[in-house]
Design a protein around this ligand. Structure first.
Ligand code: ATP
Length: 145
């Protein structure tokens, strides 16, 4: 028995497939979603989505969003999400440095700019940490093969 999983970010479909379990970083804690789960709507923290499909496990970084759970489908609408295998380390490192430098210059009164830069820093750190922790060529294949 499987449950459909669709992970959509603002600019693309990141993953779709029929899977055995989806583990989400819900705002109230990690949630394991199996087929026939009760309907539920939850916001997501920054973190890792784990998807198991047969013997394969896919890992995605997610930078917040919402998940709608129905008995036969989990739909994740992510602010940004990417397969850990697809993360460009150089890009994440450049984004981290840029955000850090800009944070050092922004006025503390400009709350909006400060918040955006903190979020950018958080996203880049999430990506860098995920690659260091989870990327390995065999255990976590990308969604393409
Ligand atoms: P950057 O400053 O490098 O654009 P960002 O954090 O501002 O980073 P986002 O707005 O979070 O980027 O994401 C925009 C799109 O680019 C999303 O589809 C996201 O999955 C993708 N993306 C962002 N950073 C990376 C990365 N390091 N590797 C792969 N995809 C990335």
């Amino acid at each position: 028995m499987t449950i459909r999983c669709e992970i959509v970010s603002q600019d693309r479909m990141v993953f779709e497939g029929d899977v055995d379990i989806v583990v989400l970083p819900g705002s109230d804690g990690e949630m394991g979603i199996l087929p026939h789960h009760a309907p539920l709507l939850t916001t997501l923290n920054y973190g890792i989505i784990k998807v198991r499909q047969k013997s394969q496990e896919y890992l995605f970084t997610v930078a917040g969003g919402v998940a709608e759970i129905q008995p036969s489908i989990v739909t994740v609408l992510a602010d940004a999400a990417e397969n850990v295998q697809e993360i460009d380390m150089a890009r994440a490192e450049a984004a981290r440095q840029k955000a850090e430098e800009a944070l050092g210059k922004v006025s503390a009164e400009d709350a909006d700019a400060y918040e955006k830069l903190e979020a950018a820093l958080h996203r880049s750190n999430l990506r860098l940490d995920a690659v260091k922790r989870y990327r390995s060529s065999k255990r976590f294949p990308s969604n393409e093969g």
